[in-house]
Design a protein around this ligand. Sequence first.
Ligand code: FA5
Length: 336
Amino acid sequence: MKEQLNDLVKRASEEAKKITNESEYLNIKSKYLGKKSELNTYMSNIKNMNSDDKKLYGPLFNKLKKEFDNLFTKYYEESLNKNEIITFDPTLPVKEVDGSLHPVTIVARDVTNILKKMGFMVLDGPEMESEYFNFEALNIPATHPARDMQDTYWLDNGLLLRTHTSPVQARAMQKYGAPIKMCVPGRCFRNEDLDASHENTFFQLEGMVIDENISISNILYVMKGMLREVFKQDIEVRLRPGFFPFVEPGFELDCSCTICGGKGCPTCKDTGWIELCPCGMIHPNVFEESGIDSKVYSGFAFGLGLTRLAMMKYKINDIRYLNSSDLRHLSQFNIR
Ligand code: FA5
């Protein structure tokens, strides 16, 4: 019996090494541990053994059962890891797939390409942000009423979900200094009452230029050029005063609502205009906080609402479609 068992162990170990997929794993389990397996036949014969053999072989059979099971599982799991390495080759070209890029991705790509041609570098920043960069470095101390304008998701770890892409202004100033031209597309979060033009998760694109002798006319030039390129036509915009503690003076740039052609509809709350891209000249306090001499340098910044830009470009009348993952809606853009 001992020889037979040794031979059984040898065969099972050899075969276990050859497992490459799930069906081989199941087959070998059934062959060596199933009802009709050799081991099971020996076990059912135990009743015919003398009491000494029963004491010896009973525990031995059970031990073997466990060992086989562990062995087969071990080689099966190893085969899974090997398959993963073999089947995922990140250097292969992407296969053609049905569907299209998300409309927000399309406009983000359009705008960053336009800005890159104007010499802007494209930066990134954390979505989980510190209170310092989201507010304090932007001239919004803890007691400032402007904090109420952005109902914030605070996290247990003391950080927050950034309410705008403006924190990257301060991060970029502190990392690269001046002069600088940069833009930052990214996701933002606010505890909003949802409606046709407000989501709790939306995209902005921050832009910032710092150099000597930068003025409001530079803002207007970049804004108009950027929007003309995105819409492929001149689009009606208006500039009105706007308050943001990190710019002085500050403006709201609105575009004529493309859903109703400026007549008024639920998307633009019957005003005919969509708030799209607030902007302004960077406040001296922001420069000083990030180590830039405001007597030498001036600059402008803007915070383009990318999700709203996608709505205006593709005439999507409700922002909630964009986060809904409804492929009937999203796949119609057919741009890759
Ligand atoms: C800001 O977030 C400022 N950080 C923008 C800025 C940057 C001003 C640089 C001056 C200089 P505001 O809260 O208005 O501003 O948001 C900017 C744009 O983001 C809005 O015009 C709008 O297009 C978009 N936006 C804001 N909240 C939402 C929301 N809940 N859903 C969708 N889009 C939004």
